[in-house]
Design a protein around this ligand. Sequence first.
Ligand SMILES: [Zn+2]
Ligand SMILES: [Zn+2]
Length: 413
Amino acid sequence: MQSTFWGSHGRAVCLLIMVSLGLSSGLGYTTERVVLVIIDGLRYSEGMGDATHAQVPNMAALAEQGALVGDFQNDGFTYTSRAVPAIWCGAWTEMNTFNDPFCNGTANSSSELPSVFEYYRKQLDKPAEDCVYTLKNLCSWKASLDPDYGMDYWPLYHEAGATDTDVWHETEQVISGLAPHFLLMYLADVDSRGHSGNWDDYLNAISIADSLVGELWNTLLADTAYAGKTTMLVTNDHGRHDYDFTGHGDGCLGCRHIQLLAIGPDIQSGLVSEIPRTIPDIAPTIGELLGFTTEDATGTAMLELLNPTAGTEKPEGGITPSSIALERLYPTPFNSELSIEYELEESHQASIRIFNLRGEQVWTSDLASDGPGVHTLKWNGRDQNQNELASGIFIVQLSNQHLSHSQKVILLK
Ligand SMILES: [Zn+2]
Ligand SMILES: [Zn+2]
C-alpha cells in the first residue's frame, strides 16, 4: 500500500492512505444514479462557510439531510482548467492538446488520465446517453484519449445556453428525456461574476446557483426514475483568494477551501465529517456507489459519509438466509487490537474478511467452528503473514452464503 503526506498551509499534516481503487462493485448500495454539480469558483466564506448561509439557504437545508465534509480542499491547482479535470479523473492529471473533432477540429485539451465518465461507461457497458455532462455553450475540455478508454467512452457533452439558468433548463430536459444514471452539471457563472469585480453580482450568482441546486434536488425527488435511489454531490473546483475575491489560483486558504455536500439514500443524515478530504476523492466515491473502479485515481472513496449499513448485500429473493450480524467493532480507531463482536444463527460457512480501501483482502478468518450465538474475534492489525499494516481505513466484512455485513474501522499507528 502506498502512502503519502497530505497537508497545506501549515495546518496539521496527517497521514492518509492513498489508494487507487474503490471497493469491488456489487456491495448493494441503494444508490443507482449519481448527479454531480460543480459550482465554479465559489469561495467557502460566501457559501457553507458563512454561518448565516445568506447566499446558500438551499444547500444549507440539503446539508442537514445529507453530509458535509468540514475540511474539503483543492490540494492542487486552484484554477478551473486543472481542477475540473481533477474532479473527473480522481487525480491531478496533465492536460494534452489535441484537434477536437467535436470542436470543428480546433486545438482543445483532453485529460491524460481516464475520467469517471470513461470508467463508468466502459466497465458498466453504458451508452453515452446514460452519462451526460451539461454545461454552457463552449468548447469544453474533453476526457482522455487513453488507449484503454478514450473517445468511445466519453460522456454526452450537452452544451447549450449562456448562463447557469440556461444550463439548468437544459439539465431539466436531460433528466426528463434521457434520465441518465450519471449526470454532471457544471455551473460557471459564480466564477465569471467574481472575476468581474462586482461584489453584489458575485453574491447574486451564488444565490442563483444555490437555488438551481435546490430545484435540481426537488426535480430528482419528483422523478420516479431518480427518487429514493439518487445520490447528489455538490462541489467546487476552487475558491477565491482570501485577500481578493476577484481572483484565485494560488495556495491561500480562500482558494483551497471548498465544499463537498452529499445527499442520498446511502449518505448519512446531518453529518459534518471531520476527516479531511480533497478533490481526487470525488470520482472514487462515485465509483464506489455505482460499482466501477477508478484505477488511475489517487483519491479514495469517502466511505465515512455513508450509512454504516450501506453497502451490505441484500438476500436474494425467495431465500430465507440464516441470520448473521456484526454487533460491534471496538475500539475504533484502534491501535494494537480490534475486537470484532458478531452473532451467528447457524454454525456453518460464515467468515470474517478484512479489506483495505483498494478492495484487497488483507486478513480472513473462517468461523466454521463457532456455534450459534455471540462471539468475539480479535484482529491484531496485521495481514495474514503477520506483517504490520499501515494506518488507514479498513472494511470488516462478516458473510455467509447469502448475507454480507460490512463496517469500517480505522487503524491508527
Ligand atoms: Zn476563474
Ligand atoms: Zn488565493
